[in-house]
Design a protein around this ligand. Structure first.
Ligand SMILES: Cc1cc2nc3c(=O)[nH]c(=O)nc-3n(C[C@H](O)[C@H](O)[C@H](O)COP(=O)(O)O)c2cc1C
Length: 356
């Protein structure tokens, strides 16, 4: 079905298509019969796929990565489509329109995207209002992550205050929170991965979280372009300040191995990111006991299994959804179940922990 529609969609401007599709998904999200219909076809609820991480229960380990539903306009639709968790954002303290268009590019030959969106989002206040409205409509059937970025107007030195402001407004709505210090599209943002700046940010945000009646998991999302030494420094910090996990990785500024000749700045995602994302995951699992959420270039059930086998507790995807379409989650979850049956393993967690 998607193979019929895809050439039409791919013939149009990528961001225009994104906006139409998001409007359609948001419409579905507000109409229970449509949600139920989609859920009937796409959702697989099977206890064997369930997993528990960060004290949260996930119906399956495959989540929507940050950036697709930045403003949380289509929340219930994602779980109807079969995602096991949803991450919204990046949300910034102040609403902002992002970089000038065009800022999103398809590389079909590479099954990749380049984006320099620049955290276009409606800001923490409006998004908190929307999350409240969703909650009143019955909430989300899967865990909700809220990914936080820095507002462009806020100078780098004041970044901790900016993240904190968003966190305060959104705290009651998220199941976990992500400090995104790895987008290549906000000037200077990735410098927050440097030891001193990161320490200041983490200390501020942890202080707030620990003072709340119910602590919630805080995760850090890192770039794929860090050196091992930079990753070691980050690990030392996150372990010291009880950050609960790492999301690896964001998009890359690298352009190695592309078939497409392209001269656009921004972050590259999709298949060309796959190997590096896996390499970073392997490094992380060898160097820290912290749970790792793996993201970058996941398109197939083999990709999901490879990440889980390499030690990821959960995975996320964005670009795979654009190239493979809305039935991807059904295929992935069915594929996982087939694997369990083939290897006569009771649950996904047994499969991951088992030999081989
Ligand atoms: C158009 C676009 C916008 C994105 N926006 C964000 C964002 O706002 N915050 C964030 O943490 N990651 C963002 N990402 C990165 C994704 O969450 C993900 O880390 C990256 O795309 C690699 O996964 P993929 O290969 O499955 O797409 C964005 C990615 C794309 C393609």
């Amino acid at each position: 079905m998607y193979s019929l529609v895809k050439p039409l969609l791919f013939g149009q401007d990528p961001e225009a298509v994104h906006d139409w599709v998001m409007a359609a998904l948001a419409f579905v999200g507000h109409h229970r019969p449509l949600l139920q219909l989609i859920g009937t076809f796409c959702q697989i609820r099977d206890p064997r796929l369930e997993t528990e991480v960060f004290g949260l229960k996930f119906p399956n380990p495959i989540g929507l990565a940050a950036g697709l539903d930045k403003n949380a306009i289509a929340l219930p639709t994602w779980s109807a489509l079969g995602f096991g968790f949803v991450e919204i954002g990046s949300v910034t303290a102040f609403a902002q329109s992002g970089n000038p268009k065009p800022r999103l590019f398809r590389l079909p030959q590479d099954e990749a995207l380049i984006n320099r969106m620049g955290f276009n989002n409606q800001g923490a206040t409006e998004i908190a209002e929307r999350l409240r409205a969703w909650r009143e409509q019955g909430g989300l059937a899967v865990p909700l992550g809220i990914n936080l970025g820095k507002s462009k107007v806020t100078p780098l030195e004041e970044a901790p205050r900016d993240y904190l402001q968003s966190l305060e407004q959104l705290w009651e709505y998220g199941d976990y929170f992500v400090l995104n210090v790895s987008s290549p599209n906000t000037p200077g943002l990735r410098q927050l991965q440097d030891k001193e700046k990161l320490e200041e940010l983490v200390v501020g945000v942890r202080g707030f979280a620990q003072a709340q009646p119910h602590d919630k998991p805080l995760l850090l999302k890192i770039a794929p372009d860090l050196s091992w030494q930079q990753i070691d420094e980050i690990l030392e910090l996150v372990e010291r300040y009880s950050i609960r996990g790492i999301i690896a990785t964001n998009t890359t500024v690298g352009r190695e191995g592309l078939k497409t000749r392209v001269n656009e700045s921004g972050g590259l995602s999709g298949k060309p990111l796959r190997e590096r994302s896996l390499e970073v995951l392997r490094y992380l699992t060898q160097h820290t006991p912290l749970p790792i959420v793996s993201v970058g270039g996941i398109f197939s059930v083999e990709d999901v299994l490879e990440r889980l086998k390499a030690g990821a507790v959960l995975v996320q995807l964005y670009t795979g959804f654009i190239y493979e379409g809305p039935a991807l989650l059904l295929r992935l979850n069915r594929g996982l179940l087939r694997h369990l049956e083939q290897y006569q393993t009771r649950t996904l967690q047994d499969f991951i922990q088992g030999p081989g």
